[in-house]
Design a protein around this ligand. Structure first.
Ligand SMILES: Nc1ncnc2c1ncn2[C@@H]1O[C@H](COP(=O)(O)OP(=O)(O)OP(=O)(O)O)[C@@H](O)[C@H]1O
Ligand SMILES: [Mg+2]
Length: 310
């Protein structure tokens, strides 16, 4: 559904060149929700703009719904819904309803269908009661919901959502996530740019991590988690162990200590070695007070990859 081949975008500004997207390639199959994560300035929005034909690539190409973003831009635009969080593309003095009506009419949706469509989208997003409010008086969350509603007017097969829940209240964010989940269930193909790793874990089948224009890592969340140590074991002891013992622990992975709390923390390189690790503590005649194991969050894993450890 989305096929990206060595896509590259260089912005030229006076004497400076910015390589915003650097030879990015990946595919998103039909019905897949693909999460794009990465630090500010990594190139995520530029990639979305390239895919939505708003800007032209410096080199490389991409296909959406089988159409080439360079030579078949109108077919591409008909295949996608873009929610880019750009408020400026709405008419400030028109209400939410009037804005959606205008954009729907532009897409030649007949008025009866359009009325029903707008009504059901606004109700689903829980902003029907605000439909007559002028856009400029809407809250950020309401604006974001109108943006999402607009991209769903024609019910396109591919959705490009650039940070649909950033800086809005948790309830509105939850509504938007629910709607994205429903779109996924309906088989829509979704590229979801997000800084919210909880959101990525909840919604995405695959994620790609961008850093400085490059796609530095890609895969299902479980495969990303398999490639880096993701189990953190915290052991509290009756007495803090001697240095030789801590040395022995290092074969299991990175070791951090908090002597004042008599705690040793091991980032297990191989999650299957937990019992072996505990065995080592026992053989060292150390008295364990507690053991806690926890999976690293996607956020912690993400930091590992963008620090170049991936
Ligand atoms: N029109 C432009 N002209 C020049 N440079 C640009 C332009 N648009 C983006 N850039 C630069 O390209 C790089 C990537 O920007 P982009 O907006 O794609 O990042 P992002 O991953 O979406 O970041 P964020 O998480 O902050 O939204 C940045 O260095 C940015 O300054
Ligand atoms: Mg961005």
């Amino acid at each position: 559904m989305i096929e990206i081949q060595s896509l590259k975008k260089v912005f030229r500004q006076k004497r400076k060149e910015v390589l915003a997207v650097d030879e990015v390639s990946f595919e998103v199959g039909k019905g897949v929700v693909y999460g794009l994560i990465g630090a500010n300035g990594a190139g995520k929005t530029t990639l979305v703009k390239l895919l939505s034909t708003l800007i032209i690539p410096s080199s490389g190409t991409a296909f959406i719904n089988g159409y080439n973003i360079a030579s078949q831009d109108s077919e591409v635009r008909e295949s996608i819904g873009l929610a880019a969080g750009t408020e400026r593309s709405f008419y400030y003095r028109l209400s939410g309803w009037q804005n959606l009506w205008f954009f729907g009419a532009l897409q030649k949706i007949n008025s009866n269908d359009l009325k029903n469509r707008i009504e059901s989208l606004l109700k689903r997003l829980d902003i029907f009661s605000e439909k007559d409010k002028e856009f400029m008086k809407c809250s950020t969350g309401e604006k974001r919901k109108l943006d999402l509603a607009r991209c769903l007017l024609t019910d396109p097969p591919v959705l490009l959502l650039d940070e649909p829940t950033t800086s809005i209240d948790p309830y509105s964010a939850m509504k938007i996530r629910e709607v994205i989940g429903e779109l996924k269930d309906k088989g829509r193909t979704i590229l979801l740019v997000t800084h919210n790793l909880y959101e990525a874990e909840r919604l995405c089948d695959r994620v790609g991590i961008m850093s400085e224009g490059k796609l530095v890592k890609e895969g299902s969340l479980s495969s990303l988690k398999n490639e880096v140590p993701t189990k953190k074991v915290t052991v509290r002891l009756k007495n803090f162990p001697p240095e030789e013992f801590l040395e022995k622990l290092k074969v299991f992975g990175q070791v951090n200590t908090r002597a004042e709390r008599r705690e040793v923390e091991i980032l297990l390189q191989d999650a299957k070695k937990l019992s072996e690790l505990i065995g080592l503590f026992n053989s060292g005649n150390l008295i364990l007070e507690s053991i806690q194991t926890r999976e690293l969050s996607l956020e912690e894993i993400f930091i590992k990859y963008t620090q170049g450890q991936g």
